[in-house]
Every structure is written in structure tokens, then in C-alpha cells.
Ligand binder design. Structure first.
Ligand code: UDP
Ligand code: MN
Length: 257
């Protein structure tokens, strides 16, 4: 991958042309190293064939608390934002892979977040209903829109409905969510197998129902986490986050510049 031009930290820039945008690919991660290996070895060549200027960030929660996907994505956004200028972000689950090179990972327009993973093998490649617009998977959003939406809620400790809450944040701004305007067979995704997640949030419905009360107070605006080591690995930038009680007293607010 190095000989293909990959730079430490999992960054790439095409040699023979200038990409229109820089894309940060953000993966929420814990304890799925087999998936991560497959993802990285598959996605770097995929993204490079599309001549994108990109960096892959793996945001890993290292404590034993329930997995907080939304908060990890917020942390990934802030840390990426600190390290470089990215016009857009692709939030990408580690267990889902695009099958077709015509599914382009470029930046969506400002005001038009893009839902990408809705034609998936586990649903027999039948396009998933618009009801589940942000049902996890892969979304692309401009940096401007993510800040306007106040990012994800940090309150969803454990999986479930954090992405639907985020969808509401988008809708509240009267932005419409786009799906790529290309044939469905170009948009196919394959998922990697894992046991059903035990980390489901028992309070998710309540949090979702009264989520609108927190749209402005909970998100990027109140994001606090302990500044962690950021390591430039050969294939990705590794952001480590620990959300345990001990750390809560040490939490330092890291607002956007
Ligand atoms: N994830 C992880 N470790 C976990 C739980 C979740 O890395 O223990 C990340 C991973 O990127 C995964 C995503 O969060 O693809 C969504 O979780 P999961 O796949 O369990 O949810 P599903 O959509 O399959 O219900
Ligand atoms: Mn999964």
C-alpha cells in the first residue's frame, strides 16, 4: 500500500490529478479487529481507484462501558477537523463494504447529506425503506452540515436509534437526505458476519422520543472527552477514547476551533 502512495495515518492523495475535496472516513470501533483488517485491505484500493483524497480514522472506545457510536463519531469529527481540512465526512460502519466501484465516495453537496448503504445483502438487495434513512451503515455529510446539526447525540450509551436521532437533527434543519442517483445494482453493499450485538441500549426508545429536547444542548456543543493519543498507523489514524468514570473528572472540553 505504501508503494501505491498510501501515507502514514491512512491518507492518500492522487498523484496525477487534484481531487475536488478531501474526505475523512470515520469508523466507530471496538473489538472487531477481523472486520477492520478486511475493511482496510479492501477499502484503500477501492478509494484509490476512485482517485479520492482521503484519510481513514478509526475511533476506538477502549473502556468497558456500553458502546457509544454517536459520541465516537463526534470525537472522530473533531479530531479529523483538528488534523486537516476535510470538506466532508463519511461515517462508516466497519462491517459493511461497497461492492461496486461506481458507488462513489465523493463529498455530497452542502445541505444534501447522502445516505449510501440502503441496498444490502442481508435485505436481499431490496432498497431499504426511506423510514430507515439513517439506519446505520454509511452516510456522507459535509462538514458544514454536521456542525449545523450539532453532530450526533452523546447520550445514546449502547447501540440503537442514535442514527435515527441524527436523521431528525438533519430533518429539523429542513435539509433533505439524498440517495445516490445511480442504478441500485451499483449501490450494493455486503456485510461481514458478527454475533448480534449485546450492547443494545435499553433506554433507546425514551432517549429517541425526547431527543428533540436535546438537539441544541447535546452533541458537538457539549462534547467532552479525555484527549487521547492519536497514532498514525500505516493504514489508519487511530483515535483512542476512554469514557470510564475515572476519566469523567478529567474530561476536558475540546470545542471546535
Ligand atoms: N461496533 C464495534 N464494536 C461493537 C459494536 C459496534 O466496532 O462492539 C461498530 C462497528 O463499526 C459496527 C457498528 O459499530 O459496524 C454498528 O454496530 P453493529 O454492527 O453491532 O450494529 P448492527 O447495525 O449490525 O445492528
Ligand atoms: Mn453490524
Amino acid at each position: 500500500m505504501k508503494s501505491a502512495g498510501l501515507i502514514e495515518g491512512g491518507s492518500y492523495r492522487p498523484k496525477d490529478c487534484q481531487s475536488r475535496n478531501k474526505v475523512a472516513i470515520i469508523l466507530p470501533f471496538r473489538n472487531r479487529s477481523q472486520h477492520l483488517t478486511v475493511f482496510l485491505h479492501y477499502m484503500h484500493p477501492f478509494l484509490q481507484r476512485q482517485q479520492l483524497d482521503y484519510t481513514i480514522f478509526v475511533v476506538e472506545q477502549t473502556d468497558g462501558l456500553p458502546f457509544n457510536r454517536g459520541m465516537l463519531l463526534n470525537v472522530g469529527f473533531v479530531e479529523a477537523h483538528r488534523s486537516d481540512t476535510f470538506q466532508c465526512f463519511i461515517f462508516h460502519d466497519v462491517d459493511i463494504l461497497p461492492e461496486d466501484d461506481r458507488n462513489v465516495y465523493s463529498c455530497p453537496e452542502v445541505g444534501r447529506p447522502r445516505h449510501m448503504s440502503f441496498v444490502i445483502d442481508i435485505h436481499d438487495y431490496k432498497p431499504v425503506s426511506l423510514m430507515f434513512l439513517f439506519g446505520g451503515g454509511v452516510i456522507a455529510i459535509s462538514a458544514v452540515d454536521f456542525v449545523l446539526a450539532n453532530g450526533y447525540s452523546n447520550a445514546f450509551s449502547g447501540l440503537g436509534l442514535e442514527d435515527d436521532d441524527f436523521y431528525r437533527r438533519i430533518r429539523r434543519l429542513n435539509m433533505s437526505v439524498a440517495r445516490p442517483n445511480i442504478p441500485a445494482e451499483h449501490l450494493r453493499y455486503r456485510t461481514l458476519y458478527h454475533d448480534p450485538s449485546v450492547d443494545v441500549n435499553p433506554n433507546r426508545q425514551q432517549l429517541f422520543d425526547d431527543g428533540y429536547l436535546r438537539f441544541e444542548s447535546d452533541g458537538l456543543i457539549n462534547l467532552k472527552y479525555r484527549p487521547s493519543d492519536i497514532e498514525l498507523k500505516p493504514l489508519y489514524t487511530h483515535v483512542v477514547v476512554d469514557l470510564t468514570e475515572d476519566n469523567l473528572n478529567l474530561l476536558i472540553s475540546r470545542p471546535l476551533n
